[in-house]
Structure formats: structure tokens, C-alpha cells
Design a protein around this ligand. Structure first.
Ligand code: NOJ
Length: 555
């Protein structure tokens, strides 16, 4: 039974669109909003409930659009504000909700506020909106503290003062082109209230909160105690002065009040990589954000440890009332089939691990099983564009075409995240594979080997990854057992995940080295590989209907 009044986001399947790489309507090599609009029927056929669109604002693209220079407009390369309105309207007509991405920890260096700060003296109100500080050392030549940047190197950059002299330093948790905002400043708070209203007024259904734990800093900006060899591995940080500082929650309570003043079920989802589920659950306490990504699931290696993380997630979030969310990949992570084909199958921070050998056949088999696992769990699920096509990471993009700031900031030792951002293959047998018009060149090169991975090729093949996703999503939508919070483990041999949702719907995933016999009396709704003779091989998942002999099952 679907509960009346249950908010849509409690069990929504959200599809992440990385707009630059989704579909290019005008042939400039970059995806755009009209490209997305034209492809809405594809998303309807896929069977998702909502799209999350990565930043679409004007930006110098120093960090893939996560460096915003105007929060109330659309990047010209993607279209116009009218195109965004048309997209939101059309998506709604197709039954698809729209979640946008809000980057509130930092602006672009090109944002008028930061430009004004650069042209204003130390101590000015313009500089108070960011973190400008004098440096240490005799001539202020050392950064104000020891904080490190997510993309490598110190988190501080020194400016030239308006008179040309070496001046203060400003804080940038990410690239130097992304100066951090000071959330203790009233201008900042008021401005983002207005930005939120601007988009909620335009009809967006939700907001993803980028880098949520970075938004508050400890007063006085004290040195961090990272231990030897500092690494930006926030999941390991405890009591860090620039990550997951308790004051951050005040901002979210304020934002929740704004969302609640709107009609419909508007939703927040936070991106929060913090130290464990206890810390994570604070983001979704009553009166704060509705949902949060759960990166523990993605970091967990393929194997029986998944059961532990599923249990811990459900248990940790239960007291808050927030549903769990499940995510296996994104524009920041190594693509799933590549990751699951490696020796180390858990995700490393920011797409790390590139270059390690991957058995793509094995990775694909596991990714198919993982899709059925994720889509059978209670709560929301996120699919990153191309995950439904089983795209691998592109690991041989020529170095001179790499664009992720991680590449330069790491001294060209880490390739960064471009490998998972290569434009989608839609059709045809050669690049641009229908991503844009025939003579266009996608902003990152597509491998020629993607001929068999195009949407057109996979749509015609009932055994493809795309066909598996379509089937699973249709069943998830149609079978009421998936629209509830009910979840129960069944007794199972070691290495086998076996759980039941409402109305007796059941999911089995064989992570053990031995094949498992499946109850012949039960209807197979979908399986990640063909089941021969009622046997579930290693790395295969299956959804089963209610047992025919179960009392009260209505059959
Ligand atoms: C998280 C985003 O997903 C990532 O792509 C970006 O680089 C950082 N936040 C900084 O905004």
C-alpha cells in the first residue's frame, strides 16, 4: 500500500544530469538545456522520477561550473533563463521533478562580490563576505594557517592589493578560482535566502547543497590537526576547524524554513562527506535538510560488507525520520563498471585510483547486480548519467585535454574526474555518437569503442544494461512493495544478501563464491543475468515476487 501524503522524494529515483556532457543541441561541443529538453522522452522511458542538474549558472568553468559567477542566470553555453523555465515546465509535463545544484560554500573569483573585494582595502565590508586575512611571517609571505585545499596544496592564495603590493590572503577550500564565502556575514546569508527563493519561485522541486560541511569555519580559523602527511580525506577528519563544524546546521535550519514556506514537497539533499553516519545524520535532523547523500555505500567494497553499511545507514537515519539515499557513482567518482572491475572496488576520494587495471567484464557483471541491489533498498536512489549505459571511465584522455583542476593542482600526478564526464553516446558508430550534430567535436573526446554502448544500440538489445535499468525501474514503480519504508533481512548463507520489502517483494544478491539455488515456487521479477535452472551464480542479483504459498499474499 502506498501511504497517502507520502512525499515523492522518500523513494524517488533521481537521475544526475551533468549538463555539459548530456546532449548538445547546437553543435558547440557542450551539452545544453535544449539538448536535455529534447531528451526528456528518454528519461521518461528510463523511468526515473527526478533529475538533479549539476550547476547550470554562468561560470568560468574553472571547476566544471562549481565556480558560479551569477546565481540568478544560466551559463550562455547552456542557454538562457527562458530555456531553464521551458525545461522545468516540460520536465513537469513529463512527470519529472527538477533538483538544482546550489554552490554556497564559495563563488567564482569572477563573481562581482569577489571582484569588489579585490578592489577594496583590508577590513572593508566587501572583504568581510569572504575570508581575507594577513599572512604570517615578517612580510606576511606565509598563509594565515595550515589548512589544505581539496584539490591539493594550501587552501590560501595571496592577492595583489589595488596599489600593486603583495597583500592579504583569501581562503579557497577548493581551487583558487573558488573563494570561500563567510557564512557569519549577513550579506551572505541574505543573498542566499534570495537566491533560494529565486529558483523555488521558478518551480524547482529541490536543491542539492554542494559541499555542505565546508560552509562553517571555527572562529579564529585555528590550525587543523591533520596528522602527518595531510590529505583531504574528510571522512577521516574529527574536530576539524574547516569541515563539518557544528555551526553549519544553523544555515540549514534557516533554509528549511524557506523551503517549508513553499507549496508542494520541495526537497533538499546535502552533499556531505563526513566522519561516519553519526555525523551525517545531523544534516537531516527534523527542521534541517530532508535528505543527504550517503557516501558510505559508495566507499564500501563490493562484497559482504555492503550488508553492514546498509544496516548502519538505516539504523543511523531512523531516529531522524529521513529516508536513506543510495548512490554508486557521480560526476566526482570513477565510473562504476571500472571501479568494480578493479582490485580495490570501494570508491577513493574524488575519483582517485585512476590507472589501476580493471576487468570491465567483471565490473559490468557486478554493476548490473549492484543496480538491482540499490534499486531494491528502501529510500531514494541516485543514478549518474551513463551509469544506466554501463559506461566505463575513459582513462586515456590526452593530457593536454584534461580540464579538471585536480590535474594541475596535483602537479599533474592525479588525472582527476574527467574520465567520468565524457559526453554520452546516443547513437551511431563514431564520435560524436549523436551527442551533437555529426560534424561537432565533444568537449572531451569519446572513445571510438563506444559503438555498442550507445543508447540506440542498447535500446535494441534486451540483455543490455539500459534494458536492465528500464525493466527494474518499471517494476520499482509498479510494485507497491517498493513504496514503503519496510525492510527486513532474511536468513541467508554467508556472503548472500537476502531481504524483503513490503508485500513480500524480495531481493537476493549472491556475493559468495558459490552458486545458490533459488526457490522454484517464486516468480522472478528481474535478474541481473539469466538464471539457468533456478540457480543464482556469484555476482548476480534477482528480485523475486511474493511466495505463492505465503498467507495473505492475495494470489
Ligand atoms: C562537490 C562537487 O560535486 C564537485 O564536483 C566540486 O568540485 C566540489 N563540490 C566543489 O564545489
Amino acid at each position: 500500500m502506498i501511504e497517502a501524503g507520502r512525499p515523492w522524494w522518500r523513494d524517488a529515483v533521481v537521475y544526475e544530469v551533468y549538463p555539459r556532457s548530456f546532449a548538445d543541441s547546437d553543435g558547440d561541443g557542450n551539452g545544453d538545456l535544449d539538448g536535455l529538453r529534447n531528451r526528456l522522452p528518454y528519461l521518461v522511458d528510463l523511468g526515473i522520477d527526478a533529475v538533479w542538474i549539476a550547476p547550470w549558472y554562468p561560470s568560468p568553468f574553472a571547476d566544471g561550473g562549481y565556480d558560479v559567477s551569477d546565481y540568478r542566470d544560466i551559463a550562455p553555453v547552456f542557454g538562457t533563463l527562458d530555456d531553464a523555465d521551458a525545461l522545468i515546465r516540460d520536465a513537469h509535463e513529463h512527470g519529472i521533478r527538477v533538483i538544482i545544484d546550489l554552490v554556497a560554500n564559495h563563488t567564482s573569483e569572477q563573481h562581482p562580490w569577489f571582484q569588489a573585494a579585490l578592489h577594496s582595502p583590508p577590513g572593508s565590508p566587501e572583504r568581510e563576505r569572504y575570508f581575507f586575512r594577513d599572512g604570517l611571517g615578517e612580510d606576511g609571505e606565509q598563509p594565515p594557517n595550515n589548512w589544505i585545499s581539496a584539490f591539493g596544496g594550501p587552501a590560501w592564495a595571496r592577492v595583489a592589493e589595488p596599489d600593486g603590493s603583495s597583500g592579504q590572503w583569501y581562503l579557497h577550500t577548493f581551487a583558487p578560482q573558488q573563494p570561500d564565502l563567510n557564512w557569519r556575514n549577513d550579506d551572505v546569508r541574505d543573498e542566499f535566502d534570495a537566491i533560494l527563493r529565486f529558483w523555488l519561485d521558478r518551480g524547482v522541486d529541490g536543491v542539492r547543497v554542494d559541499a555542505a560541511p565546508a560552509m562553517a569555519k571555527a572562529p579564529g580559523l585555528p590550525d587543523a590537526d591533520y596528522g602527518p602527511e595531510p590529505r583531504f580525506d574528510t571522512a577521516d577528519w574529527v574536530d576539524n576547524p574547516h569541515w563539518d563544524v557544528d555551526d553549519v546546521h544553523e544555515i540549514f535550519r534557516r533554509w528549511r524554513g524557506i523551503a517549508d514556506s513553499y507549496d508542494g514537497d520541495r526537497v533538499f539533499v546535502s552533499e556531505a562527506v563526513v566522519n561516519g553516519l553519526e555525523r551525517l545524520r545531523r544534516y537531516v535532523r527534523p527542521g534541517e535538510l530532508h535528505t543527504t547523500f550517503n557516501f558510505e555505500f559508495l566507499k564500501t567494497p563490493w562484497g559482504a560488507g555492503l550488508r553492514t553499511v546498509i544496516d548502519e545507514t538505516i539504523t543511523a537515519l531512523a531516529p531522524t525520520g529521513a529516508p536513506p539515499t543510495w548512490v554508486l557513482s557521480s560526476h566526482d567518482e570513477t565510473r562504476l563498471v571500472t571501479r568494480y572491475g578493479r582490485h580495490r572496488t570501494g570508491a577513493a576520494p574524488l575519483g582517485g585510483g585512476a590507472g589501476a587495471r580493471s576487468d570491465l567484464e567483471l565490473g559490468t557483471r557486478r554493476a548490473r547486480a549492484a543496480a538491482l541491489l540499490m534499486l531494491a533498498l528502501p529510500g531514494g536512489a541516485y543514478i549518474y548519467q551513463g551509469e544506466e549505459l554501463g559506461l566505463p571511465d575513459v582513462e586515456d584522455i590526452p593530457e593536454d585535454q584534461l580540464q579538471d583542476p585536480i590535474w594541475a593542482r596535483s602537479g599533474r600526478t592525479e588525472r582527476g574526474r574527467d574520465g567520468c564526464r565524457v559526453p554520452l553516446p546516443w547513437s551511431g558508430t563514431a564520435p560524436p555518437f549523436g551527442f551533437g550534430p555529426a560534424d561537432s567535436a565533444p568537449w572531451l573526446p569519446q572513445p571510438r569503442s563506444w559503438t555498442e554502448l550507445t543508447v540506440a544500440a542498447q535500446a535494441a538489445d534486451p540483455t543490455s544494461m539500459l534494458s536492465l535499468y528500464r525493466r527494474a525501474l518499471r517494476i520499482r514503480r509498479e510494485v507497491s512493495g517498493f513504496h514503503s519504508d519496510e525492510f527486513r533481512w532474511r536468513d541467508a548463507p554467508a556472503g548472500v544478501l537476502d531481504f524483503e520489502r513490503a508485500d513480500g517483494v524480495r531481493c537476493l544478491v549472491n556475493l559468495s563464491p558459490t552458486a545458490l539455488a533459488v526457490d522454484a515456487e517464486v516468480e522472478v521479477l528481474v535478474s541481473s543475468e539469466p538464471l539457468h535452472g533456478g540457480v543464482l551464480p556469484t555476482d548476480v542479483a534477482v528480485w523475486l515476487g511474493p511466495s505463492r504459498s505465503a498467507p495473505g499474499d492475495g494470489h
